[in-house]
Design a protein. Structure first.
Length: 322
């Protein structure tokens, strides 16, 4: 049994998705912005949340009278999830798999930039100053990855490949993990972070992971630890990080995500010493938008033929449960 010409709403902002011809051929496609979403939703079966940071869906929920499936063009679903959706029969899928390798390479690049003192080299070059220095090896250093989903696992694999010792942090502790070896429970992070050289955050944002790295965790960390956040800004207590950076206890931070985005111009993070600020771009390698569209099209074809969807999010947990 197939679905008879469903209605698909695409919520977009600045960029329209390309490559949806296969969807348009068998469905009515309505394009909407946050301001027009309410008018587009009545009768709609599917919502593609192309504007994945939009908070418009809860505001028009009472007009989603036929909605069966929401697909978000992102790995994280924290910007979408709200109680009425979680309690409904609407299926939510995400874009798991699109960002794994780009984010893993980005993390490796930030680690190498710290170890090889790239920021200072750039500053000295601007001043035309020749100053010989020694740099660090990353071989055998310890990277702890907070978040053991698909992206975290790709990070673990690429860091293991260059000789780093890698461990993980997840909901529960376990040994013998194929990618991390040891996985610690997030509730014990302050007890196990004492020998970590690079603390990498890629966990989904949930009630359990919000501010998972706080002042206590940073104080318990090894002096000189570097923090790399490519997950969500709220995983990290930024005020505590700034204090630890100023004291020298944290040796550096590479931050791609923030509590407020864009990062406000008056944020102290812009000028903090040994901090690298990037504008939420770690997963956005060339062609990423087309890969997101292709993933949705493939899942829509499953939907149209009444086949099980891929990347179904556990709405209670807030991520795809494996």
């Amino acid at each position: 049994m197939t679905v008879d010409r469903p209605i698909v709403v695409v919520l977009h902002a600045d960029h329209l998705p390309e490559g949806l011809d296969a969807v348009s051929a068998v469905a009515e496609v309505r394009y909407a912005t946050a301001d027009t979403l309410g008018d587009a939703m009545p009768g709609a079966d599917v919502l593609l949340l192309w504007d994945f940071f939009s908070s418009a869906v809860p505001d028009v929920w009472d007009r989603c009278d036929s909605l069966r499936w929401i697909h978000i063009a992102a790995a994280g679903v924290d910007s979408l999830m709200f109680d009425a959706l979680a309690e409904s029969d609407v299926v939510v899928t995400n874009s798991r798999g699109v960002f794994d390798r780009p984010i893993a390479e980005f993390v490796l690049g930030q680690i190498l930039a710290f170890a090889k003192d790239s920021a200072v080299s750039a500053q000295l070059q601007q001043r035309r100053e020749w100053r010989h220095r020694e740099t660090e090896l990353i071989d055998t250093t310890h990277a702890m990855v907070v978040g053991t989903g698909a992206i975290g696992r790709e990070i673990a694999r690429i860091l293991t490949a260059v000789g780093m010792k890698v461990s993980g942090v997840g909901r529960t502790s376990r040994d013998g993990d194929p990618d991390f070896g040891v996985v610690h429970a997030s509730s014990t992070l302050a007890k196990v972070v004492h020998d970590v050289d690079y603390l990498i955050l890629i966990a989904p944002l949930t009630d359990a992971t919000r501010r998972v790295v706080d002042a206590d965790v940073l104080a318990a960390a090894k002096p000189g630890v570097r923090v790399v956040n490519v997950g969500r800004g709220e995983l990290l207590d930024s005020a505590a990080l700034l204090d630890a950076l100023r004291s020298g206890h944290v040796g550096g931070a590479a931050l791609d995500v923030f509590d407020t985005e864009p990062l406000p111009e008056d944020s102290s993070l812009w000028s903090a010493e040994n901090v690298v600020v990037t504008p939420h771009m770690s997963g956005d390698a060339v062609g990423w938008r087309r890969r997101l569209a292709d993933l949705f099209v493939a899942n829509f074809e499953r939907y149209a033929s009444s086949t099980d969807l891929e990347n179904v999010v556990d709405k209670k947990l807030g991520f795809v449960s494996s």
